[in-house]
Design a protein around this ligand. Structure first.
Ligand SMILES: Cc1ncc(C[n+]2csc(CCOP(=O)(O)OP(=O)(O)O)c2C)c(N)n1
Length: 386
């Protein structure tokens, strides 16, 4: 087992068997669940199931040469859907590259994510519309982007006025491995010293590709903010209700002017790091089995059944998943290759002479070759970039 000290207290509202209870010391989080209605619970379940079905389909599509790479989030659905719904509708989200579940809670279209991993667009979606910023591949950078954004909110008086139309907060998502990057430490420091309205949300899925979390830190991740002045809390990342409540509480606090917080969601990456990875080379089957038995979707299903939700609902969700999968599949097959010149767009907001010169050079070069169809060594057309 990776060094996770399961005895460290964490916020858990749902037992592995799906029983809901609120420990006295976590009453503040339990209250937030009591404000939810049955429709909210069903929405949480639908989205966790939807994103898993999508994830499996995307993995298959990658295996069939339709995408350069896929990054599965299997096992992390509760951390992502719960926290995503804990973020306010006007708040800004700065994700890493695995946050497909968070993305759908803020209206990002699934095909935008597919296109991004196929390499046929510049990132996938419009962050101005969704407030869900583009995926960051360079580990930890997004935490600093988020801190800069949050500092700007402070400067502009968008924090702590009590006006829900005015006040905002930001959340940055990153992994346990990213905490070893200087960017995360710098972001924690600036957020603390400026009292920025920012939540740091670490999905501790216990592996950074083949490096176990014990190589990134010797103290629990939620304590890593303390030295900078950022209080931390650990939540059961496989408990969708706890993830929702903890995120909501600390986003509300940040928006209200109480400053930043660090949330560590303890979860597990059940699948591979990416489709280029084979985790059986570096981790024990017993460890994976331990976490599969704590599957976040199964846990929430048990809770819903105990609330009296019948089989019809689960059947309906399964059918909806098949429909989504076939829609994504057909839409992926229908994707066309973008013009090569697109790579020069959006480098600057205004035309730039150097970029124009490079674009003209490429066009001339391509025309000399009589057009260009990018393929991989095995002849598969991945639609532009790899
Ligand atoms: C600055 C930087 N260094 C290295 C990499 C290569 N890299 C990509 S993902 C990854 C592991 C990240 O692990 P973690 O932060 O735990 O997130 P997870 O992938 O598990 O969600 C590494 C080292 C990178 N993308 N950026």
């Amino acid at each position: 087992m990776t060094a996770q000290n399961p005895e460290i207290p964490m916020v858990q509202l749902l037992s592995v068997d799906g029983d809901f209870s609120v420990p006295k010391e976590h009453a503040v989080y339990g209250e937030l669940i009591r404000d939810l209605r049955e429709a909210d619970f069903l929405k949480f379940y639908r989205d966790m199931a939807r994103i898993r079905r999508f994830d499996n389909e995307a993995t298959a599509l990658q295996r069939q040469g339709q995408m350069g790479l896929w990054v599965p989030a299997i096992g992390q659905e509760a951390a992502q859907i719960g926290s995503g719904y804990g973020v306010g509708p006007n708040d800004h989200i700065f994700p890493s590259y695995r946050e497909h579940g968070v993305a759908i809670t803020h209206g990002v279209d699934l095909m935008s994510i597919v296109k991004m991993y196929r390499g046929v667009n510049h990132g996938g979606w419009n962050p101005h519309e969704t407030r869900f910023h583009l995926y960051a591949i360079v580990l930890g950078t997004q935490a600093l982007h988020a801190t800069g954004y949050a500092m700007g909110l402070n400067f502009e008086g968008r924090v702590g006025t009590g006006d829900p139309e005015n006040d905002l907060a930001v959340i940055a998502y990153f992994g346990d491995g990213a905490t070893a990057e200087g960017d995360i430490s710098e972001a924690l420091l600036f957020a603390a010293t400026t009292k920025a309205p920012q939540v740091f949300f670490c999905q501790n899925n216990q592996w950074a590709i083949s490096s176990p979390v014990g190589t990134q830190t010797t103290v629990p991740i939620y304590k890593r903010g303390e030295g900078f002045g950022v209080p931390g809390i650990r939540v059961d990342g496989n408990d969708v209700l706890a993830c929702y409540a903890v995120t909501k509480k600390h986003m509300d606090d940040a928006r209200g002017g109480l400053g930043p917080a660090l949330i560590e969601a303890l979860t597990y990456r059940i699948g591979a790091h990416t489709t280029s990875d084979d985790p059986s080379k570096y981790r024990d089957a017993a460890e994976v089995a331990y976490w599969e038995a704590r599957d976040p979707i199964v846990r929430f299903e048990k809770f819903l059944r105990k609330q009296g939700i019948g089989q019809d609902f689960f059947d309906e969700v399964a059918i909806a998943g098949d429909v989504i999968a076939s829609e994504v599949r057909e839409a992926t097959f229908a994707l066309t290759e973008p013009p090569l010149e697109n790579m020069f767009d959006h480098v600057y907001s205004e035309p730039h002479p150097l970029v124009e010169e490079q674009k003209a050079w490429l066009q001339k070069y391509e025309s000399e070759l009589g057009g260009h169809t990018p393929t991989t060594d095995d002849g598969v057309n991945y639609g532009g970039t790899r």
